[in-house]
Ligand binder design. Structure first.
Ligand code: SF4
Ligand code: SF4
Ligand code: FES
Length: 286
């Protein structure tokens, strides 16, 4: 019989969300409540397995009585709070954030962003080509994953996943300050000279595709990457006794990438190099 952990019972917090009564367990964020109510609040730097960083501000909502807009991803719901997610002020702020991001980095592989740009009537070229933050070619220095910092929104999710929140390798960090801030490994060198252990947990959390599987990068370059033709099957990694869940993404009968379910209470979407990248033998037909 499978034991389902129930956790500690939590008091319910009652508040008003877009004019409707909402009840969420104490400690929930406004975003948790929005998702439970089926509301689509855009997020980029929020990670369901990471501590909120409040870096992108695309999720802002209006809280009655508050001077500034509140990030829904990190602001906890409080008893009696009155929250509005779709006011003119919140929508205008999201629009400008999307315009700033789209002007400064390449969002072509960011899921959902094209739909938000349309919904908020944002003009991606509003600040012109001079606003581009990074002008460099993707870094392809190993066979497993590619770093394309021209797509990086500096959300620091990869830093958290590589550092004290999950992997504890601390290979990825922020170098530089202000406008010169960028994600880098030690001495800004190749990944192969760094402390990276190739778990790929940074790719799992990157919201823009700035970090991507080499398999996906190569297929995109060849014009063969097609998510509509892919299936995802979750299975158990057979390499060792930990028993992590692997989700195999398959296109044309070939594994094209491996992710892991974030709601797994043991691994939370994290894997090691073998589970994430060690699938070539499956496809060896010789
Ligand atoms: S590489 Fe990805 S996860 Fe890391 S800071 Fe940039 S956008 Fe965020
Ligand atoms: S992903 Fe790594 S740690 Fe997890 S079961 Fe496979 S080999 Fe073991
Ligand atoms: S998603 Fe909330 S601040 Fe980025």
């Amino acid at each position: 019989m499978t034991a389902i952990p129930l956790g500690v019972p939590r008091r319910l917090v009652e508040f008003t969300l877009d004019g409707q009564e909402a009840r969420v367990p104490e400690g929930s964020t406004i975003l948790d409540a929005c998702r439970a109510a089926g509301k689509d609040v855009p997020t980029l730097c929020q990670g369901d397995t990471l501590t909120p960083k409040n870096a992108c501000r695309v999720c802002v909502v209006e809280v009655e009585g508050a001077r500034t807009l509140a990030p829904a991803c990190s602001r906890r719901a409080e008893q009696g709070m009155v929250v509005r997610t779709d006011t003119e002020r919140a929508r205008h702020s999201r629009k400008v954030v999307l315009e700033l991001l789209a002007s400064s980095v390449d969002l072509s592989t960011t899921p959902s962003v094209a739909q938000w740009i349309k919904e908020y009537e944002a003009k991606p070229d509003r600040f012109g080509p001079d606003a581009a933050r990074v002008d460099e070619e993707p870094r392809v220095d190993n066979d497993l994953y590619v770093r394309d910092y021209g797509k990086c929104i500096l959300c620091y999710k990869c830093v958290d996943a590589c550092g004290d929140q999950w992997q504890n390798s601390f290979a990825i960090s922020v170098s530089g300050r202000g406008f010169d801030a960028r994600i880098a490994v030690e001495h800004d060198g190749p990944l192969t000279d760094s402390a990276c252990v190739y778990c790929g947990n940074c790719i799992e959390v990157c919201p823009t595709g700035a970090l991507s599987f080499k398999s996906e990068f190569d297929m995109r370059a060849a014009g063969t990457w097609d998510e509509e033709r892919q299936t995802a099957t979750t299975t158990v990694c057979a390499y060792c006794g930990v028993g992590c869940n692997l989700t195999l993404h398959v296109q044309d009968n070939e594994i094209v990438k491996v992710t892991s379910p974030h709601d797994n209470p043991v691994t939370h979407g994290n894997l090691c190099i073998k589970g994430r990248f060690g699938y070539q033998h499956v496809q060896n037909r010789d």
